[in-house]
Design a protein around this ligand. Sequence first.
Ligand SMILES: C=C(O[C@@H]1C=C(C(=O)O)C=C[C@H]1O)C(=O)O
Ligand SMILES: NC(=O)CC[C@H](N)C(=O)O
Length: 641
Amino acid sequence: MSEGTTPEDPMTRLLHRLVTDAARDRPVPAFALLHRETDAHLDVLVGDVVDVDRLADIPLDGEEVLALVPFRQLRERGFTARDDGAPLRCLVVRERERVPVDLAVALLPATPPAVADLAVDVADDAYAEVVRRVIDDEIGRGEGANFVIRREFTGSTAATPAHAVLAWMRELLEHEHGAYWTFAVHTPGLSAVGATPERHVSSIGGVVAMNPISGTFRHAAGGASADDLVAFLGDVKEREELVMVVDEELKMMSAVCPDGGRMRGPFLKRMSRLTHTEYLLEGTTGLDPREVLRRTMFAPTVTGSPMGNACTVIARHEPTGRGYYAGVLARFTPAPASPSGYDLDAPILIRTAYLDDAGRVRVPVGATLVRHSDPAGEVAETHAKAAGVLGAIGAIPRSDASGTPIGALAAGATDDPRATALLADRNRTLAAFWSTPQRARQPREVSALVIDAGDDFTTMLAHQLRHLGLDARVVPWHEAPVVASDELVVFGPGPGDPRNSTDPRIARLRELVAARLEQRRPMLAVCLSHQLLAHLAGLPLEPLPAPRQGLQLHVDVFGEPAAVGFYNTFTAVAPDRSITPELGLEVAADPSTGAIIALRGASVASIQGHLESVLSPDGLALLERLVEGVLAPAPLVWSGR
Ligand SMILES: C=C(O[C@@H]1C=C(C(=O)O)C=C[C@H]1O)C(=O)O
Ligand SMILES: NC(=O)CC[C@H](N)C(=O)O
């Protein structure tokens, strides 16, 4: 125990009591210790535990609340998750204390209980096999662009949970860097300690922020140099991975912020054994913070994209429920000026060890799998990500025989001019729309119905349509009317094989597209819907030689060159055609492969790429052109040329 404090010290009374009671095996109340990046203090919270069913039930009655939100909670959004029974647990705070970090470190138990019997549920070679399967059977079949599959390190300890998490918290405070939150939580039967790099979402005074982090640079055991960092920053896979999760989180921002989201970055997030790349997204909302959380469950960086289908893919490839992994810790603090009188700060539950009353320890971890993932590389990445917390709980060594910390990044590497130039260069090819304020233009009294086919890119499309002055709303495919009165119907993208008409979603979407064509009223079809339109127009559909999931291409759209983001595995093809066999639509195709980029006719347009994506710098202008084309009273674009 520290020399500088006494039990009577008013500044540390609460923490002192927790530490002493835990050490003497006396009953310890439910508590949380939270340290936020850049804060010189740490918060000690003690309170009552209440388990609730739904996010909306989190009791915001004037007290501060810290909620542990399990992964299965995303069933509230209608998505798939194994029901492992992990409760949505709230700590309603009754007592609190702010302790300077150095004082807290001095007070916390100095000898961490070691974890024994380190094992892993999915062995390295089995995980490598999962990586291959996800690339072939999921990305290769159009199920999505990226997926995070978890494995779990396990171990055991003889220490009581309260004492263990206090001691491990000290280790993390002393030895892990760059964490967004370092925390310990202790409740009956469920304790956790971790150092998570990533904010899922915060809503402070109505300003919503998300922090997509993806791209992982593993520092070599003997240390990493600036050259190594530069090589990592030049890696295409790592770069694409980050952009994909930015797209997915912009979908969420567009769903909760009427002004969309603006991105800042990219930045580097340097931790003890690895460095990540990240962006920050910001927008404003009037929503209750519980609703902000509900609409953003959960980050694509720990699930995949499109997010809803990623949850189905996770359930297919993970043997057990996720517990709290990829869920969040959600801290609701009273704030009279904020929506519903509360602010929210919610870091993602990763890089965390869970401990139960039987002394079982679990450290779940995952990696983002994309089309050119290397199985061995992803296995190594899971080890590197788990290493920070495994080192803190004494399950693996933190330093080598000479006492040198394992895997340190050379001082100054992150300021290397080559590294900063590579980072700055990344935005050059991205859409400026998403990094500037997105004020709406003059309203035009044109209503647009956007049909969601299982990919929330529709929220970004709707946001861009509103920006263009249209009155846009999004409905899910199963609620969309066959005859819509709206001036414009936009059929959205979605996962799956467009040829699979036994899938009720795909069959229904095809029906809706056909019905709108029949009415000869303005429509725009995007990606999956574009493929269905192309098929109705008599063109064959086939898998691309290699999936183009999360890729920018320079294409020619009816004579205008454009850089556009693509997220497709399949394509319609039109060898040597300029007009479709049915419907007589004009074709824009890749001249070398015949892969269709876009189609248009009177009141109809479609596009294989995602104009709304951050990967589409020319997206908004092209969207405007296509929309003007289909809304034009006389066939402006297609006059039988
Ligand atoms: C999935 C995890 O981490 C996430 C995945 C990352 C990646 O794949 O590069 C980086 C940071 C986190 O968003 C984990 O730690 O378990
Ligand atoms: N984003 C999409 O709509 C993708 C369409 C289809 N699932 C494909 O992979 O080709």
